[in-house]
Design a protein around this ligand. Structure first.
Ligand code: SF4
Length: 326
């Protein structure tokens, strides 16, 4: 069993933490509830922080003189500037953060698909945008794992988010400890994971840790960080993950029976056809790692990118809501 660095995650407070919605409600989120065991959450409610109180009349984003404003229609209050100040102050004080989980479609927390209205009174939305806090987070931390709870019900989105979250937390620790040996070890144990994400970036990171120019840790880590962030921007392609599995399969193929090989290729085929997740094929390889005592693969994070307890939170098969994966 791997040991994981606990990620620090900012979360919309109304997701499983407090009855702070405009109507005094709280939202259930299976992923947030499950993650409480594995991450350090920093819950925050932007609307409460700017003094709107609980319960409160809802706010909405409108367009006024060509600009977005955050308005509370019942009171006529314009809280745009208060919200902007809160976002800047909160993010300025935030340190050691590894990711964000924000409330879907909220005019404050939403990352996208937040309704924009033409005025305080008109009911039909005329467009979509990001919420104020959600937008500020995306601008400040373009590389971090940032998702809304709505998208995290998709198994593939969740897998990418959690993988990124735990590897970013591990990288933060390496960065804070300032030791070249730790960086080399980090690179070594994440080699297959990085290979699945981007072979091109993996090669560049390999050259950085080889350190032929004898750079200091601080020069190395800043170069490495750039490529590391680039590598994890997008989820791995199906074919790249299969490529990594085939690499691992090569470690054992000579010692396997025909039946074992056939079963493994069946899992790969089902994954290729989006009929299953990567888990069955990974678990097959993991059983061989133990059986053949392959020490190199044993430490590869690709085979256990996040704690096993989080695997249970697969709510929707990847092929059922492809539209979310855009
Ligand atoms: S969505 Fe954000 S601002 Fe709205 S209640 Fe939840 S935490 Fe508060």
């Amino acid at each position: 069993m791997r040991e994981f660095v606990k990620p620090r995650v900012v979360v919309s407070k109304c997701l499983e933490f407090d009855h702070c919605r405009y109507n005094g409600g709280m939202i259930s989120s299976l992923i947030v509830a499950k993650l409480k065991e594995y991450v350090d959450f920093l819950p925050v409610c932007a609307e409460v922080e700017i003094g709107l109180g609980i319960p409160r009349s809802p706010v909405r984003i409108i367009i006024e003189k060509g600009e977005h404003r955050l308005i509370q229609p019942t009171s006529g209050k314009d809280v745009t500037e208060d919200m902007k100040v809160f976002c800047t102050d909160f993010l300025d004080l935030l340190v050691n953060v590894d990711g964000f989980i924000l409330k879907f479609r909220s005019p404050s927390c939403g990352l996208k698909d937040v309704k924009v209205y033409s005025s305080v009174n008109k009911s039909g939305a005329i467009g979509k945008t990001s919420g104020y806090f959600g937008e500020a987070v995306l601008k400040r931390y373009p590389f971090l794992p940032i998702e809304d709870e709505g998208r995290l019900i998709n198994a593939r989105i969740k897998e990418h988010f959690l993988t990124k979250l735990f590897v970013f937390a591990a990288f933060r620790k390496v960065k804070s400890e300032g030791n070249i040996r730790d960086l080399i070890r980090f690179h070594t144990v994440n080699k297959y994971l990085l290979m699945a994400y981007s072979q091109a970036e993996l090669r560049k990171m390999g050259a950085i840790v080889a350190n032929k120019e004898k750079k200091s840790f601080y020069e190395m880590i800043s170069d490495y960080e750039r490529h590391f962030y680039n590598a994890l921007t997008k989820p791995p392609r199906y074919t790249s993950s299969i490529n990594v599995l085939m690499h691992a399969f090569g470690h054992f193929s000579e010692n396997l029976s025909n039946g074992e090989k056939t079963l493994f290729f069946e899992w790969i085929q089902k994954y290729r056809e989006r009929k299953t997740s990567l888990c069955p094929a990974i678990n097959t390889i993991r059983s061989w790692i133990v059986r053949f005592e392959d020490q190199y693969l044993l430490h590869q994070t690709f085979f256990e990118p996040y704690p096993e307890g989080l695997l249970e939170v697969d709510l929707i098969a990847p092929n059922l809501i492809k539209d979310l994966w855009k």
